[in-house]
Design a protein around this ligand. Structure first.
Ligand code: 5GP
Length: 195
């Protein structure tokens, strides 16, 4: 079991509706030492890919992406959730359905921060149905940049996002993959992965 799986078992809380709460160490209060570990681990896994930028989506991806970008020594960029539909042409946009809030957001990234020379590492806290990732992938590719890899802290393997994004040919590395969880018995089963 790796450091993140151990922490999820210790402090994660299973909610109804297939939601795992990790707000005591990752999503609200943040354990910065744990974030640094996550950054180092993604750097180890993607070190040879000549990453030029780390891309995530606000809000909960930002801290993880910061830690990862720090290890690579590259800028971190986050897609903003647009408040207005009055967007000018200087933005890449994508529509993203939120799993936790059950609403749709337009996400935006300024064109000046992505170029066709970029090799992007996309990072997020959770992978559920894959909508957030699909949005980030489409923005990256609209800029002519390459999605070099995708790093996820916690993948919920019983939802279809991981399978569908890997089937498209992207390299997705998840530090913890939850294969099943049960709110009544408070049990979480992780997929075993080669370390
Ligand atoms: P997806 O777009 O893959 O369906 O969902 C990913 C996004 O939804 C992540 O950015 C994350 O913020 C949120 N999310 C999905 N499932 C969970 C969950 O079980 N717990 C928490 N805390 N966030 C989740």
């Amino acid at each position: 079991m790796n450091f993140l799986e151990e922490r999820i078992l210790k402090d994660g809380v299973i909610k109804e509706g297939n939601v795992l709460k990790v707000d005591s160490f990752l999503n609200h209060q943040m354990d910065v030492a744990l974030l640094e570990e996550i950054g180092k681990e993604f750097h180890r896994r993607f070190a040879n890919l000549k990453i030029t930028k780390v891309l995530t989506i606000e809000a909960s991806g930002i801290a993880i992406a910061y830690a990862v970008a720090r290890c690579f020594g590259v800028p971190m960029l986050f897609a903003k959730k647009a408040k207005s539909i009055n967007l000018d042409g200087d933005m890449y946009t994508a529509e993203v359905e939120s799993f936790t809030h059950r609403n749709k957001n337009q996400i935006i990234v300024s064109k000046k921060f992505l170029s066709s020379d970029d090799r992007i590492l996309i990072v997020d806290d959770f992978l559920a149905n894959g909508c957030a990732l699909q949005g980030l992938i489409s923005i990256t590719e609209a800029a002519g940049a390459e999605v070099a890899g995708i790093g996820i802290a916690i993948e919920k393997g019983f939802q279809y996002g991981g399978r569908s994004i890997r089937n498209l040919g992207y390299r997705v590395e998840s530090l913890a993959i939850v294969d099943s969880m049960d709110a009544a018995t408070k049990t979480i089963v992780f997929r075993s992965q080669a370390e």
